[in-house]
Design a protein around this ligand. Sequence first.
Ligand code: SAM
Ligand code: SF4
Length: 485
Amino acid sequence: MKMNFLQKYQKEFAEYDRLDHDFIDDMKIWDQLNKWENPSREDVRLVLKKAEQCVRLEPEETAILIQNKDETTIQEMYELAQQLKKEVYGDRIVFFAPLYISDECANNCVYCGFRRSNSAIHRKTLSMDEIEQEVRIMIEEGQKRTVLVYGESPTTDIDFICETVKKVYSVKTEHGEIRRANINCAPLSVEELQKLKAVGIGTFQVFQETYHHQTYREVHPKGTIKGHYRWRLYCMDRAQQAGVDDNGIGVLFGLYDWRFEVMGLLYHTIHLEETFNGVGPHTISIPRITPATGTPYSQNPKYAVSDSDFKKLVAVLRLSVPYTGLICTARESEEVRKEVIPLGITQIDGGTRIGVGGYAKSQKANQLPDKEQFTIGDSRTLDDVIKEICDMDYIPSFCTACYRSGRTGEHFMKVAKSRFVHNYCLPNAILTFKEYLLDYASEETRLRGEEVLKQHLEQFKDKPVYNTIVRNLQRIELGERDLRL
Ligand code: SAM
Ligand code: SF4
């Protein structure tokens, strides 16, 4: 008998319903924030002293940073956040681009252009041929890492998702291939996640949207799968159980008070670390709501986060979870991205199109309003974004080495926490950036990029790895590709 789609996880829902509490205690979070309503400079500096050690902060310490309103110590927070980012991640920025596979969705999230009741959206799920076409264009623009995005619908069930991942990896062009496909889809069951693991995904991302229980109920109507808060909250626990140990969490800022949400992200991280042998999320995403076609809620979100609070929350997260990557997408304008990148962002997208079929149909974002989930703030080409990152003296990275060498989960955390990320990540950034410069860059970007590359290579001059990097750069110039440490 055909099962009603909305009843799909009914048994699991009932198990979560039986728990008398979950790991987000709304009252406790507000008590902690209220207790530190006005922290003194000394309180803040004490927390910064601890943060200097590059350790994860405790909730009350994070609450102190969140509530700090003193300009002098806020500046000190920014300075330390920049320093920690440099220490843990080096001067590299990892690039990716999303690939929207489907906008069909059975849920009705009030903020989203893809929600079921939105008749302004033209529904479409890419065929395998169309996926191939999109991927070819992405590769030809220089992309190596993607995140595949789906609504939640019977048309995009787990077997279909797995087929799309395999399809993406199968496309090869003269210049290469997509080497890492991350996934952003609805929460899955353990069995479904095992299937995803088998097809070799990179990061599995699901954003809680809001950690605040009541707000969650208000924006995700009852009777939809997404309406079940705990099914989503415990999604990364199921991922870990299924062996998917590279996970990304996130919040959609604008649904509820940002201060509460940052605490929620920290509690989620602590829960995962405590439950899974120190393995917290690999990345945290921090999207802010942007306007979506036919979606009044998105035009004027109740808790819209100002640019200055956004900047502060990036720094607070960098200081609170120094070993977790932070993703800032092209939802943000180029100006905002430029401001927050130095404070702790490790990954950005460039050349992004979010319409289903968007790479084939448009040269830039925001040109297909009836196919796009929301509007993009930074619609520049990948080459333009790369050039700017070089002008900021960062080195763009297309590295995919860690997950392909099995450095994920517990293994990754060990590597990251011992601060040796530099030894893998920076050399690999140099190598993958060299490929970009040779295969895709405009003349202007190539000239600037070569300077940046040289400058970053210099720091390895006295290290044993220097000769290996130089040798590999020569091999790349001679035509080899995909060399990594
Ligand atoms: N449908 C799946 C789900 O909801 O889990 C996959 C993700 S959805 C296609 C990607 C993310 O976009 C959502 O998790 C949400 O955080 C974000 N999003 C939805 N509406 C948005 C809007 N108006 N502005 C910015 N981001 C939005
Ligand atoms: Fe569907 Fe995801 Fe949009 Fe909600 S956020 S309506 S689940 S695509």
